[in-house]
Design a protein around this ligand. Structure first.
Ligand SMILES: [Zn+2]
Length: 295
């Protein structure tokens, strides 16, 4: 179900039998939204973080004479440096590895010290433990081949662009632009070196073609440009990958990134209609300044 939600086809129908292809490699998916990931949980790491958190609480309670019976039994084993249960053994080991990696100056576990504390002098929270570990395991999200290519061809600033996308308040616009730069828009991802189903031209990359180079987009380019220039202080002369990469513009500007997000979303609606719509009674979405203004 989660997979469906994140990666479903444009038709938005959920059929249990159908396998939804994950469009994002798992190590990128773990990263924060601001880095182009989707903050997916690394369950294994979360599990280990929980053990470390529990061990840390145990030390804290012991230090403050606040242990319950089970915890007393645990600390007694710790003080005798012999753990009888695999659970305790496991918690000790992970806490030890965590200490060595992130808090080397903290006393060792067999000295029965107080817990490891955060910057506010509180016992480390589970979230804080997990975040240290996930950043350590996946320091910077790996870029896709196409993201690397965009960096060369259009000077696209990844992951910087995701920080700016994150500040877009228009929800659908933010979502579309995020999916555009993380290359996870449904339905078009597999298209490579093929003829455009809309204009018939050959393309290598569906993203840059459908959104900026397709004949259908070029036909409305003037309207897009005049819409942007009418509504935003930042003026553009072309509709291109450069315009879509909102990290290239002044960050204090509020309207422009929103506008680009809204336009990208409107274009995506038009593209979807042309590529996937089978219901002829549905009116074709058009690019109109009015539509953009009301959004
Ligand atoms: Zn085309």
């Amino acid at each position: 179900m989660t997979r469906w939600f994140l990666f479903s086809s444009v038709k938005n129908t959920y059929t249990e039998e159908r396998k939804y292809k994950t469009m994002m490699k798992i190590d990128r998916a773990y990263a924060d939204w601001k880095e182009g990931g989707i903050k997916l949980w690394d369950i294994e790491l979360r599990h280990i973080a929980f053990k470390i958190w529990y061990m840390n609480r145990l030390l804290h309670n012991n230090y403050n004479n606040n242990n319950n019976t089970l915890q007393e039994w645990y600390t007694e084993q710790l003080s005798r440096k012999k753990a009888h249960t695999s659970t305790l053994n496991d918690m000790c080991r992970h806490w030890g590895v965590f200490r060595v990696k992130f808090y080397q100056n903290h006393p060792k576990i067999n000295e029965l010290p107080d817990c490891i504390r955060n910057d506010n002098d509180e016992p480390l929270k589970l979230k804080e433990i997990y975040e240290l570990m996930i950043k350590d395991r996946h320091p910077t999200p790996r870029r896709t081949e196409w993201q690397k290519l965009w960096a060369v061809r259009y000077n696209t600033a990844i992951p910087k662009v995701f920080i700016n996308i994150n500040s877009i308040s228009h929800q659908k616009g933010r979502n579309t632009l995020f999916r555009f730069f993380s290359r996870s828009l449904p339905g078009i991802n597999h298209e490579r070196d093929t003829r455009c189903k809309i204009c018939g031209h050959l393309f290598r990359d569906p993203y840059s073609h459908l959104f900026t180079l397709c004949q259908d987009i070029l036909d409305i380019e003037k309207t897009i440009i005049s819409t942007v220039n009418k509504l935003s202080f930042i003026k553009i002369h072309r509709w291109s990958m450069d315009t879509l990469d909102i990290s290239k513009y002044n960050r204090t500007e509020r309207i422009f990134p929103n506008l680009i997000g809204i336009i990208a979303h409107q274009l995506w609606k038009i593209i979807c209609h042309k590529l996937f719509n089978t219901d002829e009674s549905k009116p074709e979405p058009k690019f109109e300044q009015k539509v953009i203004e009301t959004e």
